[in-house]
Design a protein around this ligand. Structure first.
Ligand code: GLY
Length: 354
């Protein structure tokens, strides 16, 4: 099923239009304790929502678990949801993942709409049909592929985000730009590198975001269940997930997108040594990441732990560490691997340049 992605100017009116075009029996909304206060007011005047039933779940990735999931199932069940009901998920990636999974499994699947309220959620989690929860200490361990009936994106929600959370989503936009042909005009990567993140023009951000979401949409359409080219979306994430996990171990927690930005620098360096990725572009991105995301400090005694974390990455299909690399922007090489010595050389590059 193709996911409808809607660029909104007035979320209440756009949502109303979407709801008028879907036949449903019973409307339900999941919010969390933050989005109910900061985001729900933007949609609450929508006429179709007046009879909707709402559940508020605790915010934060540590609540993306069976307990919250069970609360949503119970809420649907006790309020008479049936196979024709519709669930609206209003929140960041944690909420759309969990709400999507609750919907996809309730009575073997009811339809749902995602309204992402963070840039990271809009550019990544809410789009593409991955739903799930964390389990047994592992992220996204349980889940299913289930596309939302519609994803409504409105950058007005992002105005309340602090710079760090804006940057976190922006890293995934950088990733998408790197997956596009670098010879097009305007060049998506250059547009992102030029954008002023300190004083964001939200209308321009909305344009850039929408272009970025379309990159993901195209890739997901080609390979919805990640058998092949969808792995392109893992660019930056092998080093990135290792940095993210390590940041928690050393009690300097990094936002997901920061770890991805640092991971992109590393994986472009690996792309340079293995596939001759353009050094000028590599250095341009390295500078951009350093200026905006700062540097994640570690030294060579931490290489072993970072290597172990990469070995445990769930993207690996054998005992080799799996990477997505680039020959150039838009020239994607999935299922690549690297020797330990190349990984250490990459970490050296990161420490010396980023
Ligand atoms: N977050 C990468 C994907 O949706 O495949």
């Amino acid at each position: 099923m193709k996911q409808q992605i809607i660029r909104c100017n007035h979320i209440d009116k756009d949502l109303s239009r979407v709801l008028r075009n879907i036949t449903f029996d019973g409307l339900f909304i999941v919010t969390d304790e933050n989005t109910v206060k900061k985001c729900f007011p933007l949609i609450q005047s929508t006429p179709e929502l007046q009879s909707a039933k709402q559940i508020i779940i605790p915010a934060g990735d540590n609540h993306k678990n069976t307990e919250s999931l069970s609360k949503v199932w119970q809420f649907l069940s006790e309020n008479g949801a049936n196979r024709k009901s519709l669930l609206i998920n209003l929140g960041g990636g944690m909420l759309t993942d969990l709400g999507g999974f609750a919907a996809a499994t309730f009575k073997r699947g009811i339809r749902f709409i995602n309204i992402p309220t963070t840039l990271l959620g809009a550019v990544d989690a809410a789009v593409g049909g991955k739903t799930g929860i964390n389990f047994n200490g592992l992220k996204n361990e349980i889940g299913v592929f289930a596309p939302a009936a519609a994803v409504l994106i409105d950058s007005n929600f992002f105005k309340t985000l602090d710079l760090a959370n804006l940057l976190s989503g922006y890293a995934e936009m950088l990733k998408h730009a790197l997956l596009c042909d670098g010879n097009t005009t305007p060049n998506p990567l250059n547009e992102l590198l030029r954008f002023d993140l300190d004083y964001p023009d939200y209308s321009k951000l909305n344009d850039l975001l929408f272009q970025s979401v379309l990159v993901k949409e195209r890739i997901v359409e080609e390979d919805p269940t990640e058998q092949g080219i969808r792995k392109a979306l893992n660019l930056g994430h092998t080093f990135g997930h290792a940095f993210e996990s390590f940041s928690y171990e050393v009690q300097r927690p990094a936002l997901h997108g920061y770890a991805v930005a640092w991971g992109i620098v590393c994986e472009l360096y690996l792309s340079f040594i293995q596939w001759g990725f353009d050094k000028t572009v590599l250095m341009q991105i390295t500078r951009f990441v350093k200026e905006n995301y700062g540097t994640f400090a570690f030294d060579c005694k931490h290489y072993q732990r970072l290597y172990e974390l990469m070995q445990h990455d769930k993207k690996n299909e054998s005992d080799k560490i799996n990477f997505t690399l680039l020959k150039a922007a838009g020239e994607i090489e999935i299922n690549q691997t690297a020797e330990r010595q190349e990984i250490e050389e990459t970490l050296d590059f990161y420490r010396e340049n980023a």
